[in-house]
Design a protein around this ligand. Structure first.
Ligand code: SF4
Length: 395
């Protein structure tokens, strides 16, 4: 397929791996410890495992899976709020599919649906608006979730609802912003990150300038990177080039998609409908200042948080759940005692096991067998005592 196959060429991948090896030999830091490179985006995590990229890299490079999967960082209390709205009479609650299975403190949206709530999966917020148009006697709520990537389509849907005078549509806004999360990770005690692969999709909207602080204040390189195997290897090579030369700057590997200045009309729509919240609770990372958005007063009538009564509680994750440590890169998914036993893609305990972009789901589906086999003594991997199968799809 044009513009895809070129980025999956095995020979070019091998050339890049050799160049990466050569650079590793030039970096002093990795003579005494691994080099930690965080891929911020869940889309990167999925691609890294799908294409077996981690196993192609020298042992000196440790990939750390960041917080860029919006389903994974959704706290339990917000899932409870969704369930409360969905169980309100005459409500049609609409959501993207992967959010339906995220566990709340008592049930997921899927379980609420099984119990009789009218929860429907949609592919776009515009599908929700159509439902509102077609069901004037119902209140249709869209579960707005995601980073700056999905914010513009939600904002434009609210503007469309206003333009058409549709009043039985509202948004339960859980949109979050990536920059404060990166800063929180850099500030977290005990977290060592040498460089970042920046999120390609988010950057398509916000551009590259918002990352300047990573280089200016924390002296770390960040390379905005695409999602094909060659993109990821190229992004890692660009990070290493900076580390080898003792530099730290923001670079754009994904320039075929990401304009340096971002997407003006998308940013305008976001600014028109949303404003920053004082703080927002992230699963595993806690409350982070100015890391989420809410609807502006001018759009209050489309705000589900004002229209419906929600519990709005902070609910702690189950004690044994270590999603937070995985999100900060302090441990690997297979270090969590629940991995493969109580927590599997079929029966997720933590949100990282739900979305295909979650690190635990990726390890479970595509994980490196040699790392998982030693855990068989405690039954990890499949929960059946059998070795987990590394399911690597051909590039
Ligand atoms: S195995 Fe489950 S509970 Fe443990 S970190 Fe992963 S998602 Fe969270």
């Amino acid at each position: 397929m044009k513009y895809v196959d070129e980025f999956r060429d095995p020979e070019k991948a091998q050339t890049l791996v050799e160049k990466i090896r050569a650079l590793v030999d030039q970096i002093d830091a990795c003579k005494s410890r691994p080099l930690y490179i965080m891929e911020v985006c869940g889309g990167h995590t999925h691609a890294i495992f799908r294409y077996g990229i981690e196993s192609m890299l020298p042992e000196e490079i440790e990939l750390v899976h960041g917080p860029g999967c919006p389903v994974c960082v959704l706290p339990m209390g917000r899932v409870d709020d969704c369930v409360a709205i969905a169980e309100t009479p005459k409500v049609i609650f609409t959501t993207f599919g992967d959010a339906m299975r995220v566990p709340g403190s008592s049930k997921s949206l899927l379980e609420a649906k099984a119990g009789g709530a009218d929860v429907r999966m949609v592919y776009s917020p515009l599908d929700s608006l159509s439902l509102a148009r077609d069901n004037p006697d119902k209140e249709v709520v869209f579960f707005g979730l995601g980073f700056e990537t999905t914010m513009p389509s939600t904002a434009l849907t609210v503007l469309q609802a206003e333009a058409e005078g549709i009043e039985n549509f509202s948004l339960f806004c859980n949109h979050i912003t990536i920059i404060p999360a990166i800063k929180a990770i850099l500030d977290a005690p005990g977290v060592q990150i040498d460089g970042f692969l920046g999120p390609g999709h988010v950057s398509m909207v916000i551009g590259n300038a918002p990352y300047d602080f990573v280089a200016d204040q924390y002296d770390r390189p960040l390379v905005v990177t695409g999602f094909e195997p060659l993109d990821i290897l190229h992004g890692i090579w660009m990070v290493l080039e900076q580390l080898a030369s003792g530099e730290a700057r923001i670079e754009n590997q994904y320039s075929r998609v990401v304009p340096d200045e971002g997407n003006g009309p998308a940013l305008e729509a976001i600014a028109k409908v949303f404003e920053l919240r004082e703080f927002f609770e992230w699963r595993g990372l806690g409350s982070i200042d100015h890391s989420g958005v809410k609807m502006r007063e001018a759009y209050a009538k489309y705000d589900a948080e004002r229209k419906f009564s929600v519990p709005d509680l902070v609910i702690a994750d189950p004690k044994a759940c270590q999603c937070g440590e995985v999100l900060k890169g302090v441990i690997k998914p297979y270090d969590c005692k629940l991995f493969g036993n109580d927590c599997t893609p079929e029966t997720p305990m933590g949100a990282l096991m739900v979305s295909s972009e979650g690190a635990c789901a990726a390890y479970s589906r595509y994980g490196r067998v040699e790392k998982l086999v030693p855990l068989l003594g405690r039954g990890a991997g499949t929960g059946t005592g059998k070795a987990p199968q590394a399911e690597v799809e051909a590039p």
